[in-house]
Every structure is written in C-alpha cells, then in structure tokens.
Design a protein around this ligand. Sequence first.
Ligand SMILES: *[C@@H]1O[C@H](CO)[C@@H](O)[C@H](O)[C@H]1NC(C)=O
Ligand SMILES: *[C@@H]1O[C@H](CO)[C@@H](O)[C@H](O)[C@H]1NC(C)=O
Length: 444
Amino acid sequence: MEDHSTFPRFLIILFITGVARSVASIGINYGQIANNLPSSDDAVELVKSIGATKVKLYDADPNVLKAFANTGVEVMVGLGNEYLTKMKDPKQAQAWIKANLQPYLPATKITSIFVGNEVLTFNDTSLTSNLLPAMQSVHTALVNQGLDKQITVTTTHSLAVLETSYPPSAGAFRPDLAPCLGPILSFQAKTGSPFLINAYPYFAYKANPKQVPLEFVLFQPNQGMVDPSSNLHYDNMLFAQIDAVYSALESLGYAKLPVHISETGWPSKGDQDEAGANLENAKKYNGNLIKMAMSTSKKGTPCRPNSDFNIYVFALFNENMKPGPTSERNYGLFKPDGTPAYPLGFSLASAPNDIVHNNTGTPPTSSTGYLSISSASSLERCRLLGPSLSFLLPLNQKKDTGARQWGEEQWQNEKGVKGVPSSLHAMSLYWSRKEKWLWSSGTS
Ligand SMILES: *[C@@H]1O[C@H](CO)[C@@H](O)[C@H](O)[C@H]1NC(C)=O
Ligand SMILES: *[C@@H]1O[C@H](CO)[C@@H](O)[C@H](O)[C@H]1NC(C)=O
C-alpha cells in the first residue's frame, strides 16, 4: 500500500497532459421497462451515486437526454432492432439524428450510438443483412453533420456469437457468422468504434451450478484456472469471456479492436430453479466488479493487460415489466423508489489515499458503496484510485495443479461433448429471445 502514496499526483499530471492510459470509470445501463421508475432527474443522481461516468440507454428518450445535460456523464444511445430497415436509408438516418440527438448536443455528452442489439444471434437473415447498412448510414449521417469525431457507431452482441469460449485462447466466432461479421469489424476498425459484448457469467453458473465454482464467477478468492495453451491464469469468468472474444477477433484479423462490455450483471432475486440468483451473490458480483473497474492498480484482462477495462453494469433499476423468470425483473442496483437494492459492500472512504479530492467539504463517505445523493455531485471532483484488491489471487498460483486440472477438464468437456453448449458460455438462447421481445416492444 505504501508505494501507492505517489499515485494520485502522478495521475493528476497524466490527466492534465491528456496521456492517461487508463482512467477508472464505470458505466451503467439505464433500462426503463417498468411503470414505477423515478424521474430521469432522480436517475441522474443515482447514476452519480455509484460513481458511474457513463450511461447506456436503449433508446434516445428525450427526457433522459435532457436530464443528463451538463452532467459530464457520457451517454450511449440505442437504436433498436426495429429501426434497422429504416436506418438503412441514409436520409432517414440523417433525419433521425437531427430530430433525436442534435437538439441535446453539446450539453448532453452523447458519445456513441449502438445500432441493433444482439442482432446476429437472432438468426434472422433480413435483420442480419440490414445491420451493416444501417450502421453505415448512421455513421455517414454523423459525418454529414460533423459529429462523427465525437459520436461512434457500434452494435451489441450476445456472447453466443462465439462457437468456442473456452479456453479463452481458443475463442472463436460461430463459423456461419464470420461472413457477415467480417465487414462489420472492418467498418468498426475504420471508424474507430469498440466491439460491444453482453457477457453474463451468471448464465454460465445458472446452467451448471455444480461445475462452475461460485467464487470464480463472483470475483471472490479462488484458485482460478490456467489456459492450457496461453498459460495465462484466470481468477474470474468475466475476464475469461472477454479474452475469448479477443481471441476470436484476433483470428479474424482484428486483434486491435477494443472489446467493451455493454452489459454484465447479476440478479438479486430469482425463481426456485434459478441457481445463484440472490441478494448476497448480486452484491458480491456487482460490488467486486465496480470496485475492480474503479481501480487503476489492475488494468486489463490477462490477454490485454494494458487495455482499459470498459464495462456497463446491467442495470440501474429493477424493471417490473420485463417478461420471463423472476431474475429478469431483479437486475437493478436500485429499487424503483431509489433506494439501493442491496449494499455494494465496499467503502469509498476506507482508503483515503485512494481518493483524490479537492472539495472544501469532507470526501464522500459510504460504507455501502453508494454515495448519498447530497454528496453525489462531489464525485466529479473525485477519482477512486486503487482500492484494495486483496480479493484477487497472487498470480504466482499460475502453476497450481488443481486449477490447471480444472481448466483442462473444462476444455475436454467442451471438445468432447458435441452439441452441448460450453458451461462457460454465458448467453443462453433464452436470453436472446427475451431481448428480441424487448426490442420489438420498442420506443419512440
Ligand atoms: C442460431 O443458429 C445457430 C447455429 O446454427 C444455432 O446454434 C442457434 O441455436 C440458433 N439460435 C436461435 C436463437 O435460433
Ligand atoms: C484545490 O483547489 C484550490 C482552489 O480551486 C486550489 O488552489 C488548490 O491548489 C487545489 N488543491 C489541489 C491539491 O489540487
């Protein structure tokens, strides 16, 4: 810990000179499939109270865009799958941007548009064939409006785009998707937008609670596993999933495309048959995840140690109108009345050296991981630096034979049992279907 004392000043200099490689930040998904949510102004305060600096919307709700004006929070807006046909037409794309985004710029810091949600895993050929043209014409419209430097165009994928996800070094896309993915990746590489993946270790656990160690999915101390080909050590499943995506991208020639996690989370409640969906696990998953994302002492994944770790937690609120099992309505960090669904379990004030603050009052304190609403605005002046990562294992356990054996068994299972999805595949078909339903019930 002692050698952290020089960190804050060092970082401030980096921020000022604009060459910071890694900035602690966390994003959150703001879904609104509910009839009991607080106002978007209240939502803004809640977003700030967890220290989030980025928010992802599933639409371009004018009230929400207005509420985030002059907050400094970066906003990603969504164009649902039902828009793809329309957006293929450059004139329509231009009209949409003029009507739905431009009125809120630059006060609202819109930095990205995701066009289509998990399109490729619906196996809907007309939807799939419209994806790239829609992304292209939205981008062209941004170019025409002089907005392409500040707003990137991307799309989100389910982890089910992967045929192989374990071990991470063997990560590969479904072969049937490669022909349409290639041109999309090429477009993204040219225009400089990140590859977005929705990754839920929860689904892997739920599908196979007897074989997937809970500690491994919840970022708790555990022996982890070793990738038998790369020899890299993994102590949590999310990193293994992200690196599987990096490997898949690399095999198509896009090793440099950054991977961002557009959704990840854990439900605090579920049905009897939904293993692991409970308050304690949700608190551990999201608490540890946010703590890690806010930390600058651990940067990327084993495969990309120098890349920023970019995540959007799913989700801000429990959404009472989502269909499906109970877990679906219980992913929120907050209840509709604005109170935390559970404490996040870490203290923003526990390590004073880790927080750079320059406000006249006391630094924001919280033993729950949430800042009180009244102190939330001081967050803009604060950076959370390197909280204790003692829950992570020392990497010298890389040679641990137990971990290796476990990893190899998983690898054998994956290779040996044809037709059975890998227990490490986070996304179920069910999830894709649910999203399809959600997106066809679209907005504005
Ligand atoms: C889509 O196609 C793939 C490959 O053929 C198949 O494994 C998957 O089950 C299909 N998904 C859906 C949602 O039908
Ligand atoms: C804090 O802010 C004050 C006034 O804005 C400034 O004079 C001072 O140098 C700052 N201190 C630090 C540690 O940045």
